[in-house]
Write a new protein. Structure first.
Ligand code: PHE
Length: 364
């Protein structure tokens, strides 16, 4: 008879279980598994041999073979789990680090002033009940211009020196790098409808490069739409923001009439400052400096987003993040923001653990 007698199965079981117990790593254990249960393994071989048995013998033998297979399989699984645990414990031990050691000064990172400024303004607007929305850097003409009430071919589109992507062969339409964060007004209104109260920080792009312009820069957009929203609310909101951000309690703001296709009326806002020689100081000193654009959301924009402009009004504003960061932290040259010079970052950057919050002070 080619199939082994019962005692031989017992012996095989003892042998395999011993081998499992003696495997000291996962590779050795895998070898044991293959030698027992693999395609050419011993248990697999015995199973195949049963073909020569009579039906009764096969039934009985089949049961003991299955029991053997299960027992060896369970032992393999248990040993595998133990070895995994042991490997993890060994690794944790080997990679142990003392987190109470101070950071080596040459390795300490810094938070970039743009990130810091976004964190600060987010803390201020969050305190006023705003949430944060985001949208894609690559936009289409509809969201960046058309829905924002820029008529086709209107010169206002040229104000923006747009970077266009190559035509899309499928439908011939052109995608572009968003020239402002305002397209996210449209996205937010389409997605969440009114009432809404969001700020939208993000990257924006225009084909421009000199002391005060880089092809990529950051803006933060604000959008509030509700049933009773007025220019006075806009004014109050911006005054509160600017005073908190620049930490000047009596900082004056001046609203000058302006034009944007997506707001009516529109205004540009100046804050008080002092210009003396090359120095610039923010505060109530009699000089003025422009920092943002704003206005009441144009009814056409609301209607383009499916919002009833006879029921809802809103205000919006947009501001350059580099600009307010430069003013607050006395950073003279815009282009240095993006040169990735570690010495610059060390000087103008922020300590990572000092997270800005209104309760603790925005910048300690
Ligand atoms: N999107 C305008 C710009 O980039 C700024 C703005 C935003 C003006 C919202 C009014 C309202 O210049």
């Amino acid at each position: 008879m080619s199939a082994e007698p019962k005692s031989a199965l017992e012996a095989l079981k003892t042998e395999l279980l011993t081998a499992v117990g003696e495997a000291t790593d996962l590779a050795a254990l895998e070898e044991v598994r293959v030698s027992a249960l693999g395609k050419k393994g011993r248990i697999t071989g015995l199973m195949a041999d049963m073909r020569s048995l009579s039906p009764e013998e096969r039934k009985e033998r089949g049961q003991s073979m299955n029991a053997l297979k299960d027992e060896v399989g369970a032992a393999l699984d248990a040993r595998k789990a133990d070895l995994h645990k042991a490997a993890l414990a060994a690794r944790l031990e080997a990679e142990r680090i003392d987190v109470t050691l101070p950071v080596r000064p040459e390795r300490e990172g810094r938070v970039h002033p743009i990130t810091q400024t976004i964190d600060e303004l987010t803390a201020i607007f969050a305190d006023m009940g705003f949430s944060v929305a985001e949208g894609p850097d690559i936009e289409d003409d509809f969201h960046n211009f058309t829905a924002l009430n820029f008529p086709p071919g209107h010169p206002a589109r040229d104000m923006h020196d747009t970077f266009y992507l190559p035509d899309r062969p499928s439908d011939g339409s052109r995608m572009l790098l968003r020239t402002h964060t305002s397209p996210v007004q449209v996205r937010s209104l389409l997605a969440d409808k009114a009432p809404i109260r969001v700020i939208i920080p993000g990257r924006t792009y225009r084909s421009d490069y000199d002391m005060t312009h880089t092809p990529m820069f950051h803006q933060v957009e604000g959008l509030v739409v509700d049933e009773k929203t007025s220019m006075a609310n806009l004014r109050g909101c911006l005054i509160e923001f600017c005073r908190a951000f620049f930490d000047v309690d009596d900082l004056p703001l001046r609203f000058r009439p302006s034009f944007f296709p997506f707001t009516e009326p529109s205004a540009e806002v100046d804050i008080g400052c002092l210009r003396r020689g090359g120095e610039l100081k923010i505060g109530n000193f009699g000089d003025w400096l422009e920092i943002l654009g704003c206005g009441m959301v144009h009814p056409n924009v609301l209607e383009n987003c499916g919002i009833d402009s006879t029921k809802y009004q809103g205000f919006a504003f947009g501001m350059g993040i580099e600009r307010i960061a430069m003013l607050k932290y006395g950073i003279p040259d815009l282009r240095t923001f993006f040169e990735a010079d570690l010495r610059w970052l060390k000087h103008y950057g922020f300590v990572p653990l000092d997270v800005p919050s209104l309760a603790q002070g925005l910048n300690r």
